[in-house]
Ligand binder design. Structure first.
Ligand code: PRX
Length: 633
């Protein structure tokens, strides 16, 4: 986009923001009833509400599929690339339409109606997208659970949103290893008596038990239902999906997004950041976002954003280093990928393997590179830009969150100059503000806590089943503002540099993990009395998980028990939650009122034991000496 075109967006917003949003909504989406109102919101406690385009009706799947059939029915909508290089196929928009309609009709045949919740626990295969779009088509609310989560995590999420239907596969295949999805699902479902139907997709062909009456194979029922399913008219504010994400306290929250605002936000941000250059055509690009549909990035920029724009999107069911660290670039070349979007953790891991794995594959077809999920260090940014992108491709560092639906801060290619390590400037319609810990607004170059002062269409609407928690988590710390939980620096050019979470959330390889979740998994072990978990710097993952564990009286620590506890957490939550370091501590540092002083634990885990600061308020300051002596870093 040219700088003047971007300026035009800002000017139109400044002149009439409601008019701007209505115009964009009408132009970019197909409505059944076009809306006549745009934003209607207040972040104040006594009048708290968020609505966008409230009198409009539309259907997301019709926007992502049906409206393209006349012009791009034969164009690939999805290019699937499996775990083994070259194991894949293309799905045209016409085929996507048929598959999604059939999937929708299968869901209907199992009694799924508008507003019902459907849980999806799948590999990165096109059927995962069919299931998501099929839900949207009939107005069911999907909750995708990442395939790397444990049976316990899955059952907790199914129970929280009261799903009665689960979509899963026999097993997944990642880096040559099989992931027993159906076996995990069966274990989870022992605690979910209300799930009456499991739709099973065959992925690996692994032998699995099938429960008569409850489980049905997709390939058995696919042809028994109609190939057409009319899209359900949905009010813009009807719920679209729930996605669980970790917070600083308690169990993961079900972030709820609604239909119209979310779809406009992902459609518009995809176009601004990854759409064709002026005069170009969307079909000339092949877009590859490497995220899994189990995370928000997969929802917004593997499925809805690209498809709503009529683009071709890659679904990749593998890992960056299988069969070798050249996989991304070999596959990009073979498929003809022009836009590539991944996480800093993957870039750092590949950077370590050396440039040859990159340079041996021709990358001249790449034109744009993106990153998401965690702060990118300038060294990794420069390597991505210079080695992968040959200095030719703009690097688009996109800052956003599950809660924000789509990107909020990022350089619009062609219009905003980049700086290595900065997500640069807010997109049109996004109003960031930095505040200090007392809530005082910081102007100009400053560092503080990142808030957003005005609603945008893609904002989450509630925590499923707990609206009060939604308000308390995001709007009570700094009244009248949405608090992101991130720290941030703004430089003298007005560029934003995200410094990481300021709450008790750890960002492990771009994935959010709540310290409270890991702690509760640890204390569930019969030998553990108490646990405290903090983040630690990690060369590849960005942050690693550092756990302090106090055993029950009479239990002896050992390397064997340390490993047992690490595996315990892995089994309880999933591999991404496995502690990187686990220190046995006879006691944790507590204030006289019994509160754990995490500041001290963090400093020790960061390898800065001399900076723990004042310990005089501790009930027993001697505890700190033991912690320092036995530190693992
Ligand atoms: O701390 C920020 C970090 O990831 C958090 C959001 O995590 P999640 O909801 O899982 O969504 C990840 C994908 C959008 C944020 O609060 N984060 C995300 N993108 C960036 C980032 N930190 C720095 N730079 C980014 N580009």
């Amino acid at each position: 986009m040219t700088p003047s075109k971007l300026k035009d967006f800002h000017d139109r917003l400044a002149a009439d923001d409601d008019g701007f949003w209505l115009e964009e909504a009408h132009k970019r989406l197909d409505w059944i009833d076009p809306p006549t109102t745009a934003g209607d919101w207040s972040f104040d406690e006594d009048d708290f509400h968020i609505r966008w385009f409230a009198d409009g009706t539309l259907n997301l799947s019709a926007n992502c599929i049906d409206r393209h059939l006349d012009t791009r029915g034969d164009q690939a909508a999805i290019v699937f690339e499996g775990d083994e290089p070259g194991e894949g196929y293309e799905v045209s928009y016409r085929t996507l339409h048929e598959e999604v309609c059939r999937f929708a009709n299968v869901l209907k045949s199992r009694g799924v109606k508008k507003g019902d919740r459907v849980t999806i626990y799948m590999p990165m295969i096109p059927e995962a997208a069919y299931a998501m779009l099929a839900c949207a088509r009939i107005g069911a609310i999907h909750s995708v659970v990442f395939g790397g989560f444990s049976p316990d995590s899955l059952s907790g999420r199914i129970t929280d949103c009261e799903s009665t239907v689960l979509v899963t596969a026999d097993s997944g295949s990642r880096g040559g290893k099989h992931i027993p999805l159906k076996a995990n699902a069966d274990t989870a479902l022992e605690h979910c008596p209300d799930v009456h139907s499991v739709i099973l997709v065959r992925r690996t062909g692994d032998e699995i038990p099938v429960v008569e009456g409850r489980d049905i194979w997709w390939h058995d029922v696919r042809d028994t239902v109609d190939a057409d399913c009319p899209p359900e008219p949905m009010a813009a504010e009807d719920p679209l999906f729930i996605l669980y994400t970790s917070g600083s306290t308690g169990k993961p929250k079900g972030v709820l997004h609604t239909t119209g605002g979310y779809l406009l936000w992902v459609t518009m941000t995809y176009d601004m950041l990854f759409g064709p250059e002026d005069g170009g055509k969307v079909e000339d690009d092949l877009f590859w976002c490497t995220a899994d549909v189990g995370w928000i990035t997969g929802h917004s920029y593997v499925v809805s954003g690209p498809l709503s724009n009529g683009a071709t999107t890659v679904m990749f069911d593998g890992v960056p280093n299988y069969p070798d660290p050249g996989r991304f670039w070999e596959t990009s070349k073979r498929l003809g990928v022009t836009i590539f979007y991944t996480a800093p953790t993957a870039i750092r891991a590949l950077m370590r393997e050396g440039d040859d794995w990159v340079t041996k594959h021709d990358r001249s077809q790449l034109r744009l590179l993106g990153t998401v999920g965690e702060p990118i260090n300038p060294e990794a940014w420069n390597w991505y830009s210079n080695v992968v992108g040959e200095g030719r491709c703009p690097v688009v560092d996109t800052w956003w969150q599950t809660e924000t639906g789509g990107v909020l801060i990022a350089p619009v290619p062609g219009a905003v100059e980049t700086k290595p390590g900065s997500a640069t400037r807010p997109l049109p319609g996004v109003h960031p503000q930095l505040v200090d810990s007392e809530g005082k607004v910081l102007e100009g170059a400053a560092e503080g806590n990142l808030c957003i002062t005005a609603s945008w269409p893609g904002q989450m609407r509630t925590v499923y089943g707990d609206h009060e928690r939604f308000f308390q988590t995001y709007f009570s710390t700094y009244p009248g503002k949405y608090f992101t939980g991130d720290g941030c620096r703004r430089d003298e050019d007005g560029y934003y540099w995200i410094t990481g979470r300021v709450d008790d959330v750890i960002n492990v390889s771009g994935h959010r993990m709540g310290t409270a979740e890991v702690e509760s998994a640890l204390v569930a072990h019969p030998k553990v009395a108490e646990a405290a978990v903090v983040g630690m710097p990690h060369e590849l993952k960005g942050q690693g998980i550092y756990a302090y564990v106090t055993l029950n009286a009479g239990e002896a620590d050992s390397d064997g028990l340390r490993e047992e506890l690490r595996q315990w957490v892995r089994k309880e939550i999933g591999p991404i939650a496995t502690p990187d370091a686990l220190q046995f501590a006879p006691a944790l540092p507590k204030t006289r009122s019994g509160k754990i002083m995490r500041r001290i634990l963090r400093k020790i885990a960061e390898g800065q034991p001399d900076q723990v600061g004042d310990t005089s308020t501790l009930a027993d300051p001697a505890v700190v000496e033991d912690l320092k002596r036995n530190a693992l870093v």
